[in-house]
Design a protein around this ligand. Structure first.
Ligand SMILES: [Zn+2]
Length: 163
């Protein structure tokens, strides 16, 4: 092997290693995969309470009027209970009379995934945290102005931070 071909071979080898290690088998989502919080279900079980795990990871729904934030009116920010992403502000919270904390807007809609949900014989839009894929609740288009949206969220899916 001449020195020149050896040199080219070395570069090609280096390039193929780089392209191999940068490949990922995960499906592409709108959020950069390096920003995602990914844990095994066993790891989530250690972090979350059994009630939180059921709602957040198994897409459960807490009983209406049971959650700690349904009648909560302090000023601050509501974050994802699983990963801490700031999702809703207290000044967009309203009493929808449905028994779950309700918001007419999200802080940043790119931090929420909107997924068509046909379970239980209804067509609804499920909302999940875009960072950790934790289930939050559903969004409906019967909310108050200025958005007309009603983000109906489980108390177990969020944590309140005073601001
Ligand atoms: Zn999250």
């Amino acid at each position: 092997m001449t020195q020149k071909t050896h040199y080219i071979f070395t570069i090609l080898l280096a390039l193929s290693i780089v392209s191999c290690t940068s490949q990922t088998n995960k499906p592409q989502t709108k959020m950069n995969t390096k920003d995602k919080v990914e844990k095994t279900e066993e790891e989530w079980k250690k972090i979350l309470s059994p009630e939180q795990y059921h709602v957040i990871r198994e897409k459960g729904t807490e009983l209406p009027f049971s959650g700690k934030y349904y009648l909560h009116n302090d000023k601050g920010v509501y974050t994802c209970a699983a990963c801490g992403t700031e999702l809703f502000k207290s000044d967009t919270k309203f009493d929808a009379g449905c028994g779950w904390p309700s918001f007419f807007d999200a802080i940043d809609s790119s931090k929420i995934n909107y997924i068509k949900d046909k379970s239980h014989g209804m067509i609804r839009t499920e909302i999940t945290c875009a960072k950790c894929d934790g289930h939050l609740g559903h969004v409906f288009d019967d909310g108050p102005q200025p958005t007309g949206q009603r983000y109906c969220v489980n108390s177990l899916s969020i944590e309140f931070k005073e601001k």
